[in-house]
Write a new protein. Structure first.
Length: 258
């Protein structure tokens, strides 16, 4: 576990596993921190040396302001990779993590071995995002949007079961810095990578979820059709499938990355 001090911000990151294994960067979603991947990492460490980090205003990373763009967030990833001494790695990102992965695949292709874009899109619908931004600004709190967001993250049966994992994810969301959350929302709202993704050279896997309200399967299908030689798989889950089926998700990653 480490922190990287970049002057105006501090980025929390960690590595797990054997440094002799295959390097893999995991990038998490809006409203979560690096612990999102914990159930999956347990199934990956036989094969991978895993690096995780927290975005600005999430988990252990501090925030700069209430606006940033996808380039800012993605350059944070490169800074952490540099701090870890990683020149090149596989990159797997979910939601905004996938958007950052796209940016890296286009603008830092020499740093990306293989790329997994999970539950994400090159241009996102913003209606739900706009509502969340409005509620945060009105209340100056993350609290009013927590359950609104979680209803989009998971299937109804997972929420109803209310497992310890679900409650942990909910608590992580509640602890987000509201301005950090708004900054990441601004990056998503401003992003349009639809014309850029054709330049991705790394072998790429798209992961869709059938019941994903935040990144409907059509967004992944667009990526599949635009990125040369991309592959596509679909899981019968919602926006964060790695939480509901960590073993199945890990197997998809291993099958593609290895």
């Amino acid at each position: 576990m480490a922190v990287l001090n970049l002057g105006d911000r501090v980025l929390y990151w960690r590595t797990d596993g054997d440094p002799a294994k295959v390097p893999l960067v995991l990038l998490n979603s809006l409203g979560t921190d690096q612990s999102l991947w914990e159930p999956v990492v347990a199934h990956l460490l036989d094969d991978f040396y895993v690096l995780r980090m927290d975005k600005r205003g999430h988990g252990g990373s501090t925030n700069v302001g209430d606006v940033c763009d996808m380039a800012d967030l993605s350059r944070d990833v490169l800074a952490v990779m540099d701090a870890a001494g990683w020149h090149k790695a596989h990159v797997a990102g979910v939601s905004i993590g996938g958007m950052m992965g796209m940016w890296l695949g286009v603008h830092a292709s020499e740093r990306v071995e293989r790329l997994v874009l999970s539950n994400t899109g090159a241009k996102m619908p913003t209606e739900s995002l706009d509502l969340r931004v409005k509620l945060i600004r009105e209340t100056e709190s993350i609290e009013p949007i927590v359950d609104i967001a979680l209803e989009r993250f998971f299937t109804a049966d997972f929420i109803e079961a209310a497992s310890p994992l679900y409650h942990t994810l909910r608590e992580v969301f509640r602890q987000c810095d509201p301005d950090g959350y708004l900054a990441c929302c601004a990056a998503i709202r401003a992003m349009d990578q639809r014309e850029d993704v054709v330049r991705i050279q790394a072998p790429t896997l798209i992961i869709n979820s059938t019941y994903d309200l935040s990144a409907p399967p059509a967004l992944g299908e667009f990526l599949f059709n635009q990125i040369p030689d991309a592959e596509l798989v679909e899981m019968p889950l919602a926006h964060l499938p790695m939480s509901q089926d960590p073993q199945g998700y890990a197997q998809i990653l291993k099958s593609f990355l290895l």
